[in-house]
Design a binder for this molecule. Sequence first.
Ligand code: OSB
Ligand code: MG
Length: 390
Amino acid sequence: MRIERITLNFVELPLKSPFETSFGVETVKSCWVLEVMADGISGYAESVADADPLYSEETHASVYYALKNHLLPRLMAQDIQNPEDVRRFLGPVRGNRMAKAVIEMAIWDWWAKSQSQPLWKILGGNPDKSRIPVGVSIGIQPTDAQLIKVAEEYLRQGYRRLKVKIKPGRDFEPLRALRRAVGDEVAIMADANSAYRLDDLAILRRLDALHLMMLEQPLAEDDYVDHGVLAAGLQTPICLDESIRSAEDARKAIGLGSAEIINIKVGRVGGLAEAKMVHNMAKTHDVPVWCGGMLETGVGRAHNLHLTTLPNFLLPGDTSASDRYFHEDLIDAPFVLNSDGTLSVPQGPGIGVEPDPEKLRRFGTYHETWTHDELTAARGGKPNVLGLGF
Ligand code: OSB
Ligand code: MG
């Protein structure tokens, strides 16, 4: 396959309610939705980078820059025989994983469509996993009463596990109030988005009394060593999110006892091929994984569901239904929660959903199309940023 044309759509979808984490509050989901065109087929994916470099160092601007000046020119020179190869073609470029992932994922969708197969089959997923058990990620709430109200509504809707965002000062008390309100049977976990230090061991130890499924990313993003020390001092299993950027990271973190569970996000690890490798690495070491989320529109959500059909996705993930995030999702058929707390994996070709062109226009605030020739020229010439010529 030779890429003929790429369209970038910048979309801004209002969130139903603000989402607060230890690093900030989001009220709008903004992202690049990328369309790759060749041989009359379009493949789609979305980038999980944000406007600000808070969850990761990547941003909308860095994704645009890396795609246009470094990643796409490299891919344009290739006749891609298999989406697995994209990882290798982009390998020499350091970092920029979210930018790499969005183009790679669009190519996987394109590829599966060209074979008239659903993406999960091409990825090697388990045919029996057509309904994926899912949980919901709850942002930091202003009061314990509000947290309980929101959580009870999600349980009523059928979600199977609750993930609660925490930060210093909003950790043990809200979680204890929630545990008391919903009882011992409900699966509860906490995500700190690296808001703690090893010095906080005493605070984090209190969480052991609440029987949480796991504690996600309590310590720094670049830390493997202290997470291992913490894991040895806590009963609650430690799950890593931000720290795991590759299968190699997973191997090292598991070896140090720092990752008892892994949250896999395709954007964070640089694509579906690397996500599969993280999955396989964890499986080899009997470490369960689950699929994380970045408040994606239906496009990214579909990719996540296909990935989750791999066998070692053993725990409910953050891939909630469209109406948990948006009044209107970007895709033609929004994801709905089945009564058994699952989402169904789309069975059409590729990711099995399409962005609705009318919604792409209505929620889109910027569009740009690059042809093969334009992108090939970008590499030979010097990338031109703000006319500065570097
Ligand atoms: O840490 O998992 C996280 C959202 C944005 C950035 C980071 C995270 C999250 C979530 C939301 O927890 C998961 C979802 O519902 O998509
Ligand atoms: Mg997380």
